[in-house]
Ligand binder design. Structure first.
Ligand code: CAA
Length: 465
């Protein structure tokens, strides 16, 4: 059977940095550890004034095509996943293809282009579309280019402001992939939710605390659904578990729920029983769900008693050596990039996967044939879980990534500069960018930049040598 998966990956970070403990915290009058320890973030990436979702996506895709020696003729499909789109009709993929056609001889006239929307899970859905297109035999030997690109900005003073970020991840989806192949099995947890949305507005309306609960509930359902088709997931089945990472503290919560479920009714649960007891069972409390947000017909009191017992067990579990060792080995390596760049919405789970593979590469670990369990999530809300198998050639695809250098090279904004940049990217604030009067903090070279507006209100771009 033909394997399909991710053949190559490239990352482009926004070129500005907002330092959370040293710049953001003092301006907000907050303890720096709220960000570094609580949310688990050191910094956010921001787009410079000449950057946007098109430039970052086109730059990631260009770099990927150069690295892989590809021409437009080799790409049969370009799908862009974003929740920062600026046009309700013309897809961002057409802008990106237009940019790329400016630097290649060939055209993408044969390529199917689209834009995928389901909050942060859309990047994974685009990979899914490419997978199905290839499996259906419609690709004529070509690969698909999937680009997850976002400027994840929140309104000033929104609690989400600390979790902002901006960047793009470009991925090549091919037959016989050289990085990871995707499992046929997948699980979903999907429900009509209003935890985070942008009803024709640039910055999201967010019920932050609820969004955390909704993430956990949908992720639990997706894991159950995945196990229904792939069999029980065990802690030792997966080398790494990359999750959608709005901020690392969110993954800390999700991982603990996942671990509890994976050790349930196993020897591991028995071995921990002396230290922290056995997991509370729903039946013993007369409840049907497994929290958070159990949806059975239980009484409120039963549910509360169960939740209390569960929280106590989870508190104990997270302190055990077994859990800490697993978390350090399987989860923590997925968070290293995210900690420095914040939330990239559609790109976030793909950063998590890359982060893990890069750690393995740096540790000279032999990962070929090992499996990953990938948990994607989009508000609104849907979680998806599938497994991936690392291919023999994976190291070659990770060795040349420049993300560390890009992170290092970002311009470190003062708080006043951050406020100005936020305003420049705010669609409701009149910009004089097209008059060339807006300051830029970095000098572009060898990349696409925003170049003002066209006569029909379209955005224009050019390549800077
Ligand atoms: N030292 C150490 N830890 C500290 C601390 C300190 N001085 N001060 C606070 N903390 C801890 C808190 O205890 C808390 O940790 P726990 O949740 O483990 O208890 C953490 O830091 C955050 O503190 P608060 O809850 O007080 O922070 P907040 O209310 O200001 O904001 C948030 C948190 C609501 C999640 C906010 O960041 C937000 O709205 N974010 C946007 C929404 C989001 O990302 N939701 C995630 C799920 S939805 C999703 O995943 C889709 C997506 O990409 C948006």
């Amino acid at each position: 059977m033909t394997e399909v998966g991710i053949d190559a990956i490239e990352i482009w970070t926004g070129k500005l940095k907002l330092d959370l403990p040293n710049t953001f915290a003092p301006a907000k009058g907050e303890d720096p550890e709220k960000y570094t320890k609580g949310l688990g973030l050191n910094a956010s990436s921001f787009p410079d004034t000449y950057e946007d979702i098109v430039t970052m996506g086109a730059n990631a895709a260009h770099r990927l095509m150069e690295h892989e020696g590809l021409e437009p003729e080799d790409i049969g499909r370009i799908d862009v996943a974003t929740e920062s789109s600026f046009d309700n009709s013309k897809p961002v993929s057409t802008y990106i293809a237009g940019c790329l056609e400016g630097v290649y001889d060939g055209k993408f006239s044969h390529a199917n282009k689209g834009e995928r929307k389901f909050a942060c899970v859309a990047g994974t859905q685009s990979i899914d579309d490419a997978y199905n297109w290839i499996k259906a035999g419609r690709n004529r030997g070509r690969s698909a280019l999937v680009i997850a690109t976002d400027t994840a900005l929140y309104a000033r003073n929104d609690p989400g402001e600390a979790t902002q970020g901006a960047g793009a991840v470009a991925m090549l989806i091919s037959e016989d992939p050289e990085l990871v192949s995707l499992s046929t099995e997948q699980g979903y947890g999907s429900a009509d939710e209003t935890d985070f949305l942008k009803p024709n507005q640039q910055f999201p309306s967010v019920d932050g605390k609820r969004s955390v609960q909704v993430y956990l509930a949908r992720m639990r359902e997706a894991l159950e659904d995945f196990e229904g088709v792939a069999g029980r997931a065990r802690t030792e089945d997966f080398a790494y578990i990359p999750f959608h990472t709005p901020f690392p503290g969110m993954v800390r919560k999700a991982a603990l729920f996942g671990y509890r479920r994976m050790i349930r009714d196993t020897q591991q649960e028995e071995e921990l029983a002396d230290e922290i007891g056995r997991q509370p069972r729903e039946e013993a409390f007369g409840v049907s769900g497994q929290g958070p947000e159990s949806s059975g017909t239980e009484s409120h009191a039963d549910e509360e008693a169960y939740e209390e017992a569960l929280n106590e067990y989870m508190d104990g579990l997270k302190r055990t050596d077994a859990y800490q060792e697993w978390y350090g080995r399987v989860i923590d390596p997925t968070l290293t990039i995210s900690r420095e760049v914040g939330n990239w919405y559609t790109g976030s789970v793909h950063l998590a996967r890359t982060s893990a593979l890069r750690t393995a590469f740096e540790e000279d670990r032999d990962l070929a044939g090992e499996r990953l369990l990938v948990g994607s999530y989009g508000s609104g809300a849907q979680a998806e879980i599938h497994a991936e198998t690392v291919q023999d050639t994976w190291e070659r695809k990770i060795a040349d990534l420049t993300i560390d250098q890009q992170i290092e090279d970002r311009y470190d904004l003062s708080y006043e500069e951050y406020e100005r940049v936020h305003d420049v990217h705010n669609h409701d604030i009149e910009s004089d960018l097209d008059q060339g009067e807006i300051e830029q903090f970095t000098d572009p070279h060898g990349e696409f930049v925003f170049d003002g507006w066209g006569r029909m209100g379209e955005r224009k771009y050019r390549f800077v040598e």
